[in-house]
Design a protein around this ligand. Structure first.
Ligand SMILES: *Cc1c(COP(=O)(O)O)cnc(C)c1O
Length: 462
């Protein structure tokens, strides 16, 4: 049979309401960037044409979700919208206790506040930064357990987000099961390129947890995206639906935390779900003190209605195919042009190896920040450095200890940009390639003591 020609990956939705974005000139953007201290976090969004800063809470809701907002029940206790959300999440997770929170980190603060504390240790494939911060804030330790090869941007593996089972085994013995608060599986692995985790890997972690009587938490704000990769890459899952795959994975866990700002397809919201009665009571008490009553936890009724609908829509095969393939479309085109990208392409973002692309800029002059600034000046595109600006430290002489990689992340908001926006982004990279040997690095002129990438200011090296 003759193969059909590949067709354009047309969006499986049409546009019913539009939001204007402003097209600015290069001179205007140069000035705006200068005013922001060469830190795109400090730009006004109205000065950005295509905003790829994050995929968190930046997605577009569907007409059904907006219709759901209108019938949201704002009762303080036992609202209809709460019961709807609870039913959807119970079915998805198979867990009896569902707690709503205002976003993912609130669920983390509650759960890890109870499980953590001085002397406790958590293991994860990779702790997301709010996860690590909430754990360390309790005095506990967070250890990432990745295989050595996973930081290699080029090694092509189907499940590059997996935890290293052998290292995990050794660490459990080294630290002693009694000191281990939980093992957290982040799916997809956000801080490690949005790379997927295999079902096999989670099953192996489950077995290890059973052997040592440990708790397994799934940090699954991108569980639907992860299910897409499992169906298409892991033997035995070809004929399962995305929802079935997610359900199977969640049934391996004792707890589930979710930022609904990702695969919940909403702009704000979070979830904490649990199997254990006693732990759930403790969490509920903390929820009521800090978030709100147990049937709304910091969310409006309309928000809960929108999450309940979003959690169903996200498993639509046409949506998920478009979502994962459109991210790959950007990554594959950049690769073809000779832009060094982290390979394979993950679910929610494309990562560029700025150290390689801007090889003439030394690491101490932040090649990633230079690329972020150039993408804004050249094309009005906003994205974020994930390198030594974000993770660099100083030694005792004030010399930079660089991060492992100098990456730039282009995160793709859900259902927001069309293929022509993405084609535009690809074209801007043509200009970057043309100019790359004239590029200059940056130095930091101001930095706060923590999370410096948000508010640091820079100057261009001359
Ligand atoms: C976004 C995210 C969180 C935190 O969720 P917020 O809603 O931003 O508080 C936790 N874990 C992972 C893996 C995330 O991507």
């Amino acid at each position: 049979m003759k193969e059909k020609k590949m067709r354009t990956l047309a969006e499986p939705f049409r546009i019913k309401m539009v939001e204007s974005v402003r097209i600015t000139t290069e001179e205007y953007r140069s000035e705006a960037l200068k005013r922001s201290g060469y830190n795109p976090f400090l730009l006004h969004s109205s000065d950005v044409f295509i905003d790829l800063l994050t995929d968190s809470g930046t997605g577009a809701m569907s007409d059904r979700q907006w219709a759901g907002m209108m019938i949201g029940d704002e009762s303080y206790a036992g609202a209809r919208s709460w019961l709807h959300l609870e039913e959807v999440v119970k079915e998805l997770t198979g867990m009896p206790h569902i707690l709503p929170t205002h976003q993912g980190r609130a669920a983390e603060r509650i759960l890890y506040g109870i499980l953590g504390g001085q002397g406790k240790v958590f293991f994860s494939n990779t702790h997301f930064d709010t996860t690590r911060a909430n754990i360390e804030f309790t005095g506990a330790t967070a250890i990432d357990v990745m295989p050595d090869h996973s930081t290699d941007p080029e090694i092509d593996l189907p499940f590059k987000g997996n935890i290293d089972i052998h290292k995990l085994k050794e660490l459990i013995i080294q630290y002693g099961a009694e000191n281990i608060a939980a093992v957290i599986m982040t799916v997809t692995n956000n801080s490690s390129g949005g790379q997927p985790v295999s079902m096999m890997n989670v099953k192996e972690v489950r077995e290890l947890c059973d052997d040592h009587n440990l708790m397994l938490v799934i940090d699954g704000c991108r569980i639907a995206e992860n299910s897409y990769f499992i169906k298409h890459r892991e033997p035995g899952y070809e004929d399962k639906s995305y929802e079935e795959i997610a359900k199977e994975m969640l049934r391996l866990a004792d707890a589930f935390v979710m930022s609904a700002k990702k695969d919940g397809l909403v702009n704000m919201g979070g979830l904490l779900t649990l199997k254990d009665n006693t732990l759930s009571q403790k969490c509920t008490n903390l929820l009521i003190i800090s978030e709100g009553f147990a049937t709304y936890g910091g969310l409006s009724g309309r928000d809960m209605e929108a999450i309940a609908i979003g959690l169903k829509e996200v498993f639509d095969p046409d949506y998920l195919h478009y979502r994962i393939r459109s991210t790959a479309y950007l990554g594959e085109h950049l690769k073809l042009m000779g832009i060094p990208v982290v390979w394979p392409i993950g679910g929610h973002a494309v990562y560029i190896d700025a150290k390689k692309l801007y090889h003439n800029i030394p690491v101490k002059e932040y090649p990633g920040q230079a690329l972020v600034c150039d993408l804004y000046t050249q094309g009005g595109i906003r994205c974020v450095e994930v390198g030594s600006v974000m993770f660099g430290k100083y030694d005792e002489y004030g010399k930079l200890i660089p991060a492992k990689n100098e990456l730039v992340r282009l995160a793709i908001p859900r259902r927001v940009y069309t293929q022509s926006h993405i084609d535009y982004v690809i074209e801007v990279f043509d200009d970057i390639l043309e100019l790359k040997d004239q590029k200059r690095g940056y130095r930091i002129t101001y930095e706060p003591p923590f999370l410096r990438h948000f508010t640091a200011q820079f100057a261009r090296m001359d």
